[in-house]
Design a protein around this ligand. Structure first.
Ligand code: OAD
Ligand code: ZN
Length: 234
């Protein structure tokens, strides 16, 4: 690696081998409900208890899950890079539990273990789950999970951290793993980071809108492909 500045972008596919269902595809469904429709402000307004039930089950699944070889490989890569940033769309904590420092990662779609007020700025983390839809102890409004839903703006503080990293310099290596790259900002960040001749490596068993821009395609599960790739880069 001559330019040891690295950007890694991950999505649900990286946690799939830890037993956490992805969003899209037939395994993504929860009780015949489409997660793409559950993860919205509209669904929450219509049926907050149902949405909370889904989030509580996901929290439970994540607590029981362990980081896999893909999470570990990314944490190892961070150790040997000169500069490193992970931008993950995952709201689970598996990158962190694999040993990656919070300062080296941006959870661009939020953190499932945060509970925040839907009206005021009150929030808390890792509190015991209750039944039903909890209410804010400050203002009485409904509490919601600390994640970004479809149609909501990205958290400004987090996008700024990504922008700062991209503006400082380009990257020698950009890895995009386990994401359908549905969102334009994921593609935009990957392309901008690799714009000065950096490698753009996609790890995904399936084709995505990013595939045609990649300098290398690895059509394999992340837990197999990432450890090997990181060994090679190191
Ligand atoms: P998706 O569920 O859309 O896509 C999962 C991707 O992982 C697909 O491209 C699969 O081909 C790939 N995949 C599956 N198993 C894999 C494996 N073992 N190794 C590598 N790749 C694998 O998940 P995301 O792209 O992360 O947002 O979804 C993006 C966002 O849409 C999520 O953060 C969430 C969702 O709705 C919000 O809730 C705002
Ligand atoms: Zn409140």
């Amino acid at each position: 690696m001559h330019n040891r500045r690295v950007l890694v972008l991950t999505g649900a596919g990286v946690s799939a081998e830890s037993g956490i269902p992805t969003f899209r595809g037939k395994d993504g469904y929860w009780r015949n409900l489409d997660p793409i429709k559950l993860a919205t402000a509209e669904a929450f307004a219509r049926d907050p208890e149902l949405v909370w039930q889904w989030y509580r089950e996901r929290r439970h699944t994540i607590r029981r899950a362990q980081p896999n070889a893909a999470h570990e490989a990314i944490a190892n890569l961070a150790q040997c890079a000169d500069e490193f940033l992970l931008v993950t769309q995952n709201v689970d904590d598996l990158h962190e539990r694999a040993g990656l420092a919070k300062a080296e990662m941006v959870q661009i779609h939020g953190d499932i273990f945060v509970t925040k007020c839907s009206r005021c700025d009150f929030e808390h983390e890792h509190e015991q789950d209750q039944n039903g839809a909890p209410r804010c102890t400050k203002c009485g409004a409904l509490m919601r999970p600390g994640v970004i839903w479809f149609g909501e703006p990205l958290p400004a503080r987090e996008t700024e951290r990504v922008e700062n990293y991209l503006q400082r310099d380009s990257c020698g290596v950009v890895i995009v793993a386990g994401t359908t790259a549905t969102f334009g900002y994921i593609i935009d960040w990957a392309l901008r980071a690799s714009r000065r001749g950096g490698e753009l490596i996609e790890i995904n068993p399936e084709e995505t809108p990013l595939s045609r821009f990649a300098t290398r395609l690895v059509r394999e599960p992340a837990a197999i492909a990432l450890p090997r790739l990181v060994d090679e880069l190191m």
